[in-house]
Design a protein around this ligand. Structure first.
Ligand SMILES: C[S@@+](CC[C@H](N)C(=O)[O-])C[C@H]1O[C@@H](n2cnc3c(N)ncnc32)[C@H](O)[C@@H]1O
Length: 265
């Protein structure tokens, strides 16, 4: 039996999306047209804490007050960002967080996910929601039922990148870049960690190919880690081919059996 069928689904004010209550009680989003889920149905927050914050080494860096630079491929609901910013502020660790997404969810949609329950300090979320509401973003209509995932080079999105900065704390800055990740050009310092979180390779195939993975490798500091939920053989092979040392490690309790850590030495 499909376990997903038993999970509670709620309507979302974005008609292309549905809210799912995952097994640890935290909410995520599902794209209705493609069935793509923003997180593991076994537990969105459990997955985010372990696969991204812990496995990347970011949780440890922040808890010891180290200045940290994170790149996230796929901001989505902002869960990874909120958890990271919350920890950085708590431990007074300087943080530069750069998140890419070509579809930036509105404050109203994020609010429907009860993000204040994800963090130790709900003021962090309240501040983001207020900031997001104040930003006029060129919303491009992107109905996956019509376009599906846009193949590389055929993006209907603007060619330029829109950059938005949220000063989350005194030394914690989030930069949201609304851009097709395949068109993004980074100038500046490298990152300590990459949260690599596109949709699954079956439906979001273009982001799992060698060219973008090679860019990810170049963007990491020595000993930096790219972390992701996907352990598919072809993805591991591509990561290895561009220079990463790739390991499968145990996944979150109740979720995927194994997840992936790729290190640049
Ligand atoms: C699995 S969700 C990310 C979940 C997110 N990390 C979170 O914590 O909610 C994947 C995200 O990748 C974005 N995405 C997919 N293809 C993209 C592309 N070519 N460029 C930029 N963003 C893309 C989608 O819009 C979606 O928000």
């Amino acid at each position: 039996m499909n376990q997903r069928a038993n999970r509670v689904r709620l309507p979302c004010q974005d008609p292309t999306l549905e809210i799912e209550v995952t097994d640890d009680g935290s909410r995520t989003l599902i794209q209705k047209a493609t069935g793509d889920s923003y997180h593991s149905s076994s537990g969105a927050i459990t997955e985010t804490r372990q696969v991204y914050l812990q496995n990347s080494g970011v949780a440890e860096r922040l808890s010891t007050g180290q200045a940290t630079r994170v790149l996230e491929i796929g901001l989505g609901t902002g869960m990874g960002m909120f958890l990271t910013v919350d920890q950085a502020i708590k431990h007074r660790a300087p943080l530069d967080y750069v998140a890419l997404d070509y579809h930036w969810l509105s404050a109203n949609v994020v609010r429907e996910l009860a993000p204040e329950s994800w963090v130790d300090n709900p003021a962090v979320v309240a501040d983001y929601i207020q900031w997001r509401s104040s930003v006029t973003d060129l919303q491009f209509p992107r109905d996956p039922s019509q376009s599906g995932h846009l193949p590389s080079g055929e993006s209907a999105e603007p060619k330029s990148t829109s950059v938005y900065r949220w000063h989350a704390g005194e030394h914690q800055v989030v930069q949201i870049q609304r851009v097709d990740a395949l068109r993004w050009r980074h100038e500046g310092r490298c990152f300590d960690a990459i949260y690599f979180d596109p949709f699954a390779p079956d439906t979001n195939a273009e982001l799992w190919q060698t060219p973008l993975l090679a860019v990810m490798y170049k963007l990491l500091n020595t000993d930096g880690r790219l972390v992701t939920y996907c352990v598919k053989r072809e993805v591991r092979d591509r990561l290895t081919a561009v220079g990463f040392d790739v390991r499968k490690i145990r996944g979150p309790k109740g979720g995927k059996r194994e997840v992936l850590v790729a290190t640049r030495h």
